[in-house]
Design a protein around this ligand. Structure first.
Ligand code: ADE
Length: 232
């Protein structure tokens, strides 16, 4: 299988490279990002760091799909928890994703609904998720559910509570739904795997714990990628 892996930050891709021990067979730079190709067992991987936020993620995903033939796209990285039961290093596998900051509520449309789009949320590929769901991480929970994305670092208990109650989401980050949106438009199967670096402000320590724990969380997410590569 040929899989694309998109991370928002260098630290997230570094954790994957560390665990999979990859060295590239080919590299291509387009629109400011370098796409690297690797052979891993029977599979081929194309990896790229998109940069942070929905626009960077969308440009990177479309550029990748324009230049590489892949079977699926996996977005991997860290996220903020939106519920007290999920904490640092736990993993959320997205069932579906919503852009929480897409707001045309002035027209009576629900928050998060993309204007004139035939879906509210972007649903992850069930075959990929069936494999991902079976991963076990010692000492950490693995949960499936909704992830919301927006161009905001969430660092407020009120905002975290709102995002959970409005969208029934488990985690928040800044790219997954944009990657999912581009995959949806291209009819490309995708999955999103995120490990929790912070409580999105529920503990009043969002930025602090993100800075302290992002590498730990990135390495948990990377373990899930390894599991996927070995079981796909
Ligand atoms: N990525 C990791 N933690 C996050 C948070 N609290 N808000 C948005 N993106 C994040």
């Amino acid at each position: 299988m040929k899989l694309a892996i998109i991370c928002a930050m260098d630290e997230e891709l570094a954790a994957i490279n560390n665990i999979l021990n990859l060295s590239p067979t080919q590299q291509l730079t387009k629109a400011g990002n370098t796409y690297s190709v690797y052979e891993y067992g029977l599979h081929t991987l194309v990896t790229v760091v998109s940069g942070i936020g929905k626009v960077n993620a969308a440009v990177t995903t479309q550029t990748l799909l324009n230049h590489f033939t892949v079977d699926a796209v996996i977005n991997v990285g860290v996220a903020g928890s939106l519920i007290p039961e999920l904490s640092f290093g736990d993993v959320v596998i997205a069932d579906d994703l919503v852009e929480h900051d897409f707001d045309i509520t002035a027209f009576g449309v629900p928050l998060g609904q993309i204007a004139r789009m035939d879906t509210f949320s972007f649903i992850a590929d069930s075959k990929l998720n069936d494999i991902l769901k079976t991963v076990e991480l010692t000492g950490h929970n693995v949960r499936c559910g909704r992830i919301v994305s927006g161009d905001q670092f969430i660092d407020s208990a009120d905002r975290a509570k709102f995002l959970h109650s409005e969208f029934n989401a488990l985690a928040c980050e800044m790219e997954g739904a944009a990657i999912a949106h581009v995959c949806y438009l291209n009819q490309m199967p995708f999955a999103v795997v995120r490990s929790l670096s912070d409580m999105a402000g529920q503990d009043n320590k969002g930025v602090h714990s993100f800075n302290e724990l992002k590498d730990m969380a990135a390495s948990r997410a990377a373990l899930v990628v390894k599991y996927l590569m070995e079981n796909i």
